[in-house]
Design a protein around this ligand. Structure first.
Ligand code: NZQ
Ligand code: ZN
Length: 409
């Protein structure tokens, strides 16, 4: 068994019309008086979130500052501008209104405003600067996928360096997160699919760490049952939402499953996640920065499953603390059966690709290359090589050698 401490301090509010009545009051109750509203390219003006947020602030008599324009796969270059603005305007809290990119960006800004003068926030993500605190963050979520609304992680891209790195610390947990499922009715179908793929991959990466336990302890049943249930639930929710995108009850269920996918509850007893699939996707979108997170994850997952199968068969070794052959055999059989109803890794991969195809999602890199304009002209081998280099460069040597390029291709 593994000991653990579970402490998630974020107040999580899920409900239709929850923002309008409560955001302003919550900010006041916490003593905040000058929020910086942070958002992206304008989807919040079409989905109703912006009107609810400013309406709630007006009703509470709170004035605000606006900082929009952040991009998906949020850019440190834009965060730096927002950090300057936050300080110049004397803000005391950030209200992030958008999807995971906006919440992550808010976390980067929050860290940046508390650094010493002259320190660059990218240093915190690159591991060369230490942060000890962050400004407070409130979240109004409009896209459920990353669970950034209830965790401390933030993934930031440096366009100049073509790097995409994750960083997180306890002071970056949002204070309050509002999840109103009605905002998500405007999501394009493929964004709903991306969210489902992201949740499923988070849960899978946690689940595989069960196989790093010593065999004599057995598999951690409660955590694995939770994970299996959440994955199945998200597959059902995504199917239902592709049929009827306006189903608010399903949107709410989807949102809660996505949050539980990475709000630190599901990794209790598992000791964190394996994160191989995520490291590879981060490397991919660092090179091809318009690529959506879920699209990259979906095509890497089969390669990861085959990689784990090789480890289980003793063909590839991994360091201690990562999934090991003796536990992986039992775990893989359980995962394939309970998640995909499959009797082998090959059948599980086939089942996963069938789900992706049913959802209209790319099933391999070639299909991604056919869809995303900004990577059409990139050489696929070069991208695959860069994925290997970047992940190895970030200290994954020996853990993740990206042996499954052909699967991904
Ligand atoms: O530009 P805006 O206006 O914000 O539009 C967004 C964006 O174009 C749009 N959108 C958001 N809500 C909408 C909507 N469109 C219509 N209706 C709505 N209700 O959707 C597009 C994608 O949004 P984005 O925030 O980028 O998506 P997502 O939530 O999937 O976030 C992806 C980012 O999160 C990182 C990823 O690497 C990626 O950079 N991750 C963060 C994690 C974390 N903090 O814990 C973990 C994840 O594994 C992930 O790595
Ligand atoms: Zn993810």
């Amino acid at each position: 068994m593994r000991d653990f401490t579970f402490n998630n301090p974020t107040k999580y509010v899920l409900g239709v019309d929850s923002v309008r009545g409560s955001l302003g009051k919550e900010l006041k109750n916490h003593g905040f008086s000058k929020p910086m509203l942070h958002f992206g390219s304008g989807s919040i003006k079409a989905n109703g979130a912006y009107d609810d947020v400013v309406g709630s602030l007006q009703e509470a008599g709170i004035e605000w500052v606006e900082a929009g324009g952040q991009k998906p796969n949020p850019r440190v270059e834009i965060c730096r501008e927002c950090i300057k603005q936050y300080k110049a305007e004397g803000c005391d809290v950030i209200v992030a209104v958008g999807g995971g990119s906006i919440v992550d960006s808010a976390k980067c800004i929050a860290v940046g405003v508390n650094l010493e003068e002259g320190e660059d926030v990218w240093g915190v993500w690159a591991g060369t600067t230490t942060a000890t605190s962050g400004a407070p963050i409130f979240v109004v979520l409009t896209l459920s996928a990353t669970a950034s609304e209830m965790n401390n992680g933030a993934v930031i891209t440096n366009m100049a360096l073509k790097q995409k790195y994750a960083y997180g610390d306890s002071f970056n947990m949002p204070v309050v997160s509002f999840v109103d499922p009605k905002y998500q009715v405007t999501l394009p179908k493929w964004q709903t699919v991306n969210g489902a793929v992201d949740t499923i991959t988070h849960l899978t990466e946690f689940a595989f760490m069960a196989a790093s336990a010593t065999a004599k302890d057995g598999l951690p049943n409660t955590s694995l049952h939770m994970i299996e249930a959440l994955i199945k639930s998200q597959i059902e929710n995504c199917d239902a939402l592709l049929e009827d995108p306006t189903n608010i009850a399903r949107r709410a269920d989807f949102a809660w499953a996505a949050t539980c996918g990475l709000n630190q509850m599901t990794d209790c007893m598992l000791g964190g996640g394996d994160w191989c699939v995520h490291m590879l996707e981060h490397a991919m979108s660092a090179v091809s920065f318009n690529l959506s997170h879920g699209a990259g994850l979906g095509v890497v997952l089969p390669g990861y499953l085959r990689f784990c199968d090789k480890v289980a068969k003793g063909e590839v070794t991994r360091p201690e603390g990562r999934p090991q052959p003796e536990c992986l055999k039992e775990f893989l059989a359980r995962y394939c059966k309970n998640v995909f109803g499959a009797d082998s890794v090959e059948d599980a991969i086939t089942a996963w690709k069938a789900i992706l195809a049913r959802w209209g999602h790319p099933t391999n890199m070639s299909e991604i290359f056919a869809v995303y304009d900004d990577i059409k002209d990139t050489n696929m081998d070069e991208t695959l090589d860069q994925m290997t280099d970047i992940t190895v460069g970030r200290g994954f040597t020996g853990q993740l050698l990206f042996p499954c390029k052909e699967e991904v291709r």
